[in-house]
Design a binder for this molecule. Structure first.
Ligand code: ZN
Length: 226
């Protein structure tokens, strides 16, 4: 996991990039979230958007996320399948990276790994990043991160900045699961701490519970990889 520069403008991602970026603005990846299921961007506009990005910075990645492979296939496939019927796609788009943006499987169960299987079998290594949600995946961080490690997928931590924002509480759990899965190193600081008693009584070494202990001083002994 790493913090990286990604341009993402939410519902107005495409317009924001068109209106807001000059060729001197460089991003590692241009990401569009749910172009069909939320933004209803046309195949033509989506293809144009990729061309625009690649003309701006040919080394940048073009990425998007969708909730299932039918929706992503609307942009990537020719023909694309809609309601079981094949249609010609005159503007198929070949992205560099595809994310999965759904946190349940297709049957509504909380574990989306079967959905990830579908993305992997359809897109192979192009399905190389995915979202894991603070507000929906807390009970399954270890299974999801294990899948990511086993399948060479970089997990991205998702939390909408709304009134249900759980990121402060969930981030430590997520990091712990990521450490268990092998994504993170963990370093612990070890301190030596001295305490003193604040009472004026005669301190009884046999009954330390009778004292009122407060921290006196602490010294950092080192930082250790666990
Ligand atoms: Zn004492």
């Amino acid at each position: 996991m790493a913090l990286v520069d990604v341009n993402q403008g939410g519902r107005d991602a495409v317009a924001n990039v068109y209106n807001g970026l000059s060729s001197s603005d460089y991003f590692w990846t241009y990401y569009t979230d749910e172009p069909l299921s939320i933004q209803t961007i046309s195949q033509h506009s989506f293809s144009d958007f990729k061309d625009y990005v690649k003309n701006l910075h040919s080394n940048s990645n073009f990425a998007f996320g969708e909730t299932n492979t039918t929706y992503s296939g609307f942009y990537t496939d020719n023909p694309y399948i809609w309601l079981g019927v094949p249609h010609t796609n005159y503007y198929p788009t070949d992205p560099d990276i595809i994310f999965c943006t759904r946190y349940e499987n297709v049957y509504g169960g909380i574990d989306q790994r079967s959905l990830w299987d579908a993305f992997r079998s359809k897109y192979n290594q192009t399905f190389s990043r995915t979202w894991i949600a603070a507000h929906k995946d807390g009970s399954e961080f270890s299974q999801l991160l294990g899948y990511c490690m086993n399948n060479n997928i970089a997990p991205w931590f998702y939390q909408n900045e709304d009134v249900h924002d759980l990121s402060d509480g969930m981030l430590p759990q997520y990091c712990n699961a990521a450490w268990n899965a092998g994504f993170l190193d963990r370093y612990d600081k070890r301190f030596k701490v001295w305490y003193k008693c604040t009472l004026t009584h005669t301190h009884d070494p046999l009954h330390p519970g009778l004292c009122n202990w407060v921290e006196d001083r602490r010294v950092l002994e080192g930082v250790f990889l666990r």
